[in-house]
Design a protein around this ligand. Structure first.
Ligand code: ACO
Ligand code: ZN
Length: 178
């Protein structure tokens, strides 16, 4: 699957009054900027090869947002996970939101919403039953964002984070799938 710049640039443009950002597919050259945003905005950091493997395996749902100077101000990455069903030997596929973040100065302009809107159809093509994610119970803003996208709190994962904080496990069923 190609991740070259030409075919993946300027996928979606948002030029409304609220902000001037572009949402496009992440490229290998973008990873540095993605890691930069992640390290500034989230305590959960990952090694370079982790981002690289998500980009290699799930490029269609790995998107970045750039500002009017072309600087990366946000990203979203997903992966498809196949896990055994509770009641059978079947494998179920889930679209797992690995990470999303927007730079502090660029928040509340709809960038995370645009990242989700444009990445979810791509990960849905992996024949998933549901979208899933974990989020810190104290992260009210993110929980609100996910609720506006139809996610619901399914359960609490105790001490999910390294500092001991609990996570909400949130899911959104894919329509038309039982
Ligand atoms: N407080 C309350 N509601 C919020 C907040 C907030 N801080 N942020 C977003 N929302 C809700 C609102 O309903 C908002 O609509 P509104 O602005 O019209 O009221 C709606 O979500 C859409 O917000 P966006 O502008 O699209 O979100 P933004 O671009 O600001 O990014 C994000 C939201 C990603 C949570 C950002 O605050 C961020 O990067 N935070 C730090 C990183 C983080 O927490 N990431 C999520 C971790 S969990 C995971 O990655 C699976
Ligand atoms: Zn997770």
């Amino acid at each position: 699957m190609g991740t070259d710049k030409d075919s993946r640039s300027n996928m979606f443009t948002n030029n409304d009054n609220k902000s001037q950002h572009v949402i496009r597919g992440c490229t290998i050259e973008d990873l540095e900027g993605v890691i930069d945003v992640n390290e500034r905005e989230l305590p959960e950091d990952y090694p370079y090869f982790f981002y690289k493997s998500i980009l290699d395996n799930f490029p269609e749902s790995f998107l970045v947002a750039t500002n009017s100077h072309g600087r990366i101000v946000g990203y979203v990455m997903w992966r498809v996970e196949r896990i055994p069903a509770k009641d059978s030997l079947r494998l179920l596929s889930k679209g797992h939101l690995v990470s999303i973040a927007v730079s502090t100065a660029s928040r509340r302009k709809g960038i995370a919403s645009d990242l989700l809107t444009n990445s979810m159809p791509a990960i849905e093509k992996g024949n998933i039953m549901e979208f899933v994610l974990e989020v810190r119970v104290s992260n009210y803003g993110a929980v609100d964002l996910y609720k506006t996208f139809g996610f619901e709190i399914e359960s609490i994962k105790k001490k999910y984070y390294r500092d001991g904080e609990n996570a909400y496990f949130m899911i959104k069923k894919v329509e038309g799938i039982e």
